[in-house]
Design a binder for this molecule. Structure first.
Ligand code: ADP
Ligand code: MG
Length: 253
């Protein structure tokens, strides 16, 4: 067993698609309660990194540990089957750019579905919890509405609440606000800021530099598949060490 105060331990992950080396020897750790923001130009490998963390993408080399337990490889050293991987993934919440809520279920049912069906949690108890989560993301009045009736920002907030309903140990966000109209970005960031403040453990890919600066405990800057810089947001934004990071900050921040 590894140190379990590390919720996530990424050790030497590499990944290629054909001849294209997308991730090169990436290592970092996330302690319990940290908000790590992953920044970097388009195509630098951010989404692939998130997908490797929960083995939606199989890394070519390296290891991923969640709470000290290796993901993807069994203790016998063979690749895990889909069932075992699915089980591990229930501990890792994901929020994507385009969040697919179940269209035929109401907002409240969307939150209750997986906890009740997959985790076998009691329905009455789960309902209370789902209502509390909807209050938390400011959508109590939408509980009986179908997703088609929601704005993009409201959908993302339901998506976050749905991920939280599984009581994940780790939440991964892949540009959760980049498909939203500018006026809807703020309401989603408010929820994410609150989660950071409460000490939810999160890895967030974002182009929202203001958010990263305020809410991140640590920033990881990726360029061409490598971690080029890592450090506190103050250090990264005020005093970047590389030209690549300086150019990136000038462009986005
Ligand atoms: P980012 O999220 O930082 O924009 P991605 O991880 O999406 O970067 O992509 C990194 C590189 O890998 C890009 O050049 C992209 O085209 C390529 N890539 C991503 N997924 C695949 C795939 N499934 N097959 C082939 N190439 C891919
Ligand atoms: Mg991406």
């Amino acid at each position: 067993m590894r140190d379990v105060t590390k919720v996530l331990d990424v050790v030497g992950i590499s990944k290629s698609f054909g001849d294209l080396e997308v991730l090169r020897d990436i290592s970092f750790q996330v302690q319990k309660g940290e908000t790590v923001c992953v920044l970097g130009p388009s195509g630098s490998g951010k989404s692939t990194l998130l997908r490797c963390i929960n083995w939606l993408e199989r890394p070519d080399a390296g290891q991923i540990y969640l709470n000290g337990k290796e993901i993807g490889i069994t203790t016998g050293g063979v690749v895990m089957g889909d069932r075992e991987l699915s089980k591990i993934r229930t501990h890792i919440g994901m929020v994507f750019q385009h969040f697919a809520l179940w269209p035929h279920l109401t907002v409240l049912q969307n939150l209750m579905e997986a906890p009740v069906q997959v985790q076998r949690r009691p329905k009455a108890e789960m309902r209370e919890e789902a209502l509390a989560l909807l209050a938390k993301v400011g959508l109590s009045d939408k509980r009986d509405v179908f997703p088609a009736k929601l704005s993009g920002g409201q959908k993302q907030r339901v998506g976050i609440a749905r991920a939280l309903a599984m009581k994940p140990d780790l939440l991964l966000f892949d540009e959760p606000t980049s498909a939203l109209d500018p006026e809807l970005v703020g309401e989603v960031l408010v929820v994410m800021r609150e989660l950071a403040r409460e000490g939810m453990t999160m890895v967030i890919v974002t182009h929202e530099m203001g958010f990263a600066r305020e809410a991140a405990t640590r920033v990881l800057f990726l360029d061409r598949g490598r971690v080029v810089e890592t450090g506190s947001p103050e250090q990264f934004f005020s005093n970047p060490e590389t030209d690549r990071a300086r150019q990136f900050i000038q462009r986005y921040a």
